[in-house]
Design a protein around this ligand. Sequence first.
Ligand SMILES: Nc1ccn([C@@H]2O[C@H](COP(=O)(O)OP(=O)(O)OP(=O)(O)O)[C@@H](O)[C@H]2O)c(=O)n1
Length: 377
Amino acid sequence: MMIYLVGGAVRDKLLGLPVKDRDWVVVNSTPDEMLQRGFQPVGQDFPVFLHPDTKEEYALARTERKSGHGYAGFTFHTDQNVTLEQDLIRRDLTINAMAESPEGEIIDPYQGQQDLEQRLLRHVSPAFQEDPLRILRVARFAARFANLGFTIADDTMALMAHMVSEGEASYLVPERVWQETARALMEQRPEIYFLTLMSCNALNAVLQEWQPFLMGSPHCLAALQRAAEHNASETVRFACLFAPNSQTEENSLKRFFKRMRFPSSHSELALLVYQQADNVPGILDKPDTEAIMGLFETTDALRRPDRFREFIAAAGYIAQAKGLNAPASSQNRLFDLLKQCQAINAREIVAQGIKGKAVGEKLRKLRLEALEQALSR
Ligand SMILES: Nc1ccn([C@@H]2O[C@H](COP(=O)(O)OP(=O)(O)OP(=O)(O)O)[C@@H](O)[C@H]2O)c(=O)n1
């Protein structure tokens, strides 16, 4: 048997980037031999094994043939005669289709190194079409490597658009779409992921309800870009893409979240942003304690201060993207005001012998007074 390092590890090494996961291809072997050598099978019909010590993935060189749609549509073919070149040609991008021998020799039958130099994301062969997830992967790599100067080859973009027009993208299940999208959100230039999906029409095919936000208003993607520049969390980046938008009804947004099964933390923050983000800029311009208290109440800030922090961060990026004056200092000020309100709690009021509904009323009154005082300072 011969073992080669393949895929992202070879690509990242050649780019001088840190290598996270290492994947290996095993040529000229059989499942029996792998088992004899102590490798653990990953699944029943899947020619992939885990190394007994490192737990890294070792896959028998294989060819894949499509026999239908989606993930049930694959048949694997692996035998001792499948060559490294045959294994590499079925991969997605030329920069992901290189191998390294144990001696450190790079095996590059499809000009991956040339494309690395030319900063091109180019599909290896027509076999690219066998997996619609690759449309999202290419968009994600474009987002990751944009700052290194990478762009998508015209032919590859055309192929992706062709796959979408053939209806292939509709076979992507929500879980996989989210998996790629979540990873893309954390890349350096996440907006490029969405721009790529728009260019090949995949956004319309898989994430249609997002279109009014992403295509209808220029603020969302600009806000996302700012959020990424400031190393914002995945939740905040996601929520930036739901700036208030008059074309979308709240119910259809809720249906979208449900259909795509986004994590509830993300959907909840996004919904708050959609409903309330426009109320944040300028709220501190005039000392209107009722307005500030109203914002705390509608966003449930007193009980969920961490989420409120994320909410004002997202609202801030959106406001900045709109060219409004929304400095980080006013976000901190708003959060300080929240803390002042939180410092007053029901215990002291109950201790004074106040009961029932009057407790809440008194609490609100004291908090408004605290806001008044803080704002006059
Ligand atoms: N839909 C896919 C998924 C994976 N691959 C191939 O399998 C390798 C390993 O896949 P994965 O670990 O998902 O990606 P990486 O390229 O290692 O990228 P990342 O850094 O994002 O993990 C890829 O390089 C690529 O050659 C592919 O061709 N098509």
